[in-house]
Write a protein that binds this ligand. Structure first.
Ligand code: SAH
Ligand code: SF4
Ligand code: F3S
Length: 465
């Protein structure tokens, strides 16, 4: 069952925070190293982990060297993500030998899988604490027990997931702020581990979100990233919707931009597109993961739309938001995919003309439906298809940004330039990187930038008044 953690339980955790802070106040200030692997959701969880640690008196370092506590916040989406975590964990063995008092914690999506916790138990004895995505808010208690009892602990409560309000957050950036609006996923795309490790879909109350956004904006935020595995199914169980949430946030005073991720084509309704078209603060970037262009494969993936449905959404976006930028995710080599199926993906990519693509070779995930399907195509062959897709997209994307040259956009000055450090950088409303000359005192402000030149990954412009 999904539960909102009660006020009393949260107060209890605050009590543990104070106790740990007291322990920490006795010696020299302790140092924590938190390494987040994975998507924006995990980065956002990482900000909560750091928020709690900061309140408990920890400072932070970028490396595990000499740290008093190391936490790996892990991702399970593809095999290489898990391999990276195991590689990094292995390397900590030496560090722990040098510094036996170091506490090593592993949390996040990987440890929601039983075969992974078993492997950690057996092969990584230097790991002290393992806690699941449902017990993040209990870190103060778990840490207190570590500091006082020093017993190895694996804490992965069963259940469909929780919502914990009021966990302190230590944000990576003051200007660009991530706000989770929902957790979990109910879609069970057949290749995907996320619904198994993140539990069922559950939305935060609209008022909780709006007040967090208002607070962030009055603290200086100029970009709000609304997070969820499938944001466009936000609020279903609460009798509200993503459109309603966007309208509420768009109505907040002040100049700022609203971004969101991820969205699922099956829930990307015309009403939502109309809302986005009307809400001037909402990004003009549409990231709509299509995964495949073959109806047969889409069905096997359990995506619940076909290629014609997808074209319908894209055409409506282009009609309502003519300056939209479009990007997508694609999986190559799903079990049973043939070259003919793959060619359907190529033809979809040719038809839509995405600005850019995130492409992945299928990675079997234990416990998912797809992992049980026959997968006769060799890794070599999949690699060939993958490169073919990159070539096709490379050709399409090469001149895609030329269409922006000569136009003027409202751009948030975010920091030092990405093409040259002497420039400033920001993003257009389409989420395209643009560098321009300007004084660093402009960082944090919106300016009008006229685009003068396009590369295939960024724009160069000039501030005009
Ligand atoms: N909830 C989001 C993102 C999920 S993970 C969404 O639905 O868009 C991000 C991307 O990783 C997915 O869009 C998919 O393209 C890719 N992915 C997920 N599982 C995968 C797997 N088992 N193998 C390869 N790619 C995968
Ligand atoms: Fe995975 Fe599909 Fe859910 Fe995205 S919508 S997290 S791809 S199951
Ligand atoms: Fe990875 Fe978990 Fe995100 S599996 S992609 S960190 S939700």
């Amino acid at each position: 069952m999904t539960t909102k953690i009660s006020q009393e339980e949260m107060a209890q955790q605050r009590g543990f925070m104070e106790k740990v802070a007291e322990i920490n106040s006795k010696g020299s200030p302790p140092v924590a190293h938190v390494h987040t692997f994975g998507c924006q959701q995990n980065v956002s969880d990482g900000e909560k982990i750091k928020g709690m640690l900061a309140q408990m008196g920890y400072g932070f370092s970028d490396t595990p060297d000499g740290a008093d506590i190391v936490i790996f916040n892990t991702c399970a989406v593809r095999e290489n993500a898990e391999d990276r975590v195991f590689g990094n964990l292995g390397a900590l063995k030496h560090e722990k030998r040098r510094n036996p008092d170091m506490i090593i914690g592993v949390c996040g999506c990987m440890v929601q899988q039983e075969h992974i916790t078993r492997k950690i138990k057996q092969s990584f004895p230097h790991v002290d604490l393992v806690f699941g995505t449902n017990s993040l808010h209990m870190l103060p208690q778990l840490l207190y027990e570590q500091l006082t009892e020093r017993k190895r602990k694996f804490f992965i409560p069963e259940g469909d997931g929780v919502i914990a309000e009021g966990v302190p957050v230590r944000r990576e950036s003051r200007l660009k702020v991530s706000v989770p609006i929902m957790y979990g996923c109910n879609n069970f795309c057949s290749y995907c581990i996320v619904p198994y490790v993140r539990g069922r879909e559950r939305s935060r109350e609209l008022l909780d979100i709006v007040s967090e956004v208002k607070r962030a904006i009055s603290d200086g935020a100029r970009e709000i990233l609304l997070l969820g595995q499938n944001v466009n199914s936000y609020g279903k169980e609460l009798g509200t919707s993503f459109s309603e949430l966007l309208r509420e946030i768009n109505a907040i005073d002040g100049e700022f931009r609203i971004c969101y991720m991820s969205s699922h084509p099956k829930d990307f309704t015309r009403e939502l597109i109309d809302t986005i078209a009307e809400c001037e603060k909402v990004t003009r970037h549409f990231h709509l993961p299509v995964q495949s262009g073959s109806d047969r494969i889409l069905k096997l993936m359990n995506r619940r739309y076909g290629r014609e449905d997808y074209f319908g959404i894209i055409d409506y976006i282009r009609e309502k938001v003519p300056d939209a930028a479009l990007t997508s995710d694609i999986i190559v080599g799903f079990p049973g995919e043939t070259y003919e199926d793959f060619c359907e993906t190529l033809s979809l990519v040719e038809r839509v003309k995405f600005d850019s693509l995130y492409t992945f070779i299928y990675s079997p995930r234990k416990g998912t439906k797809a992992a049980e399907m026959p997968d006769p195509v060799s890794a070599d062959e999949k690699g060939k298809w993958f490169r073919e897709l990159l070539e096709v997209q490379g050709r399409i994307g090469e001149n895609a940004y030329n269409r922006y040259v000569g136009r003027t956009f409202r751009v948030l000055c975010e920091g030092d330039g990405r093409t040259q450090s002497s420039l400033l950088t920001g993003k257009t409303p389409q989420d395209v990187i643009v560098d321009f000359e300007g004084d660093r005192s402009l960082i944090g402000q919106f300016v009008n930038v006229k685009i003068e030149k396009a590369f295939n990954w960024a724009l160069i412009g000039k501030i005009i008044n």
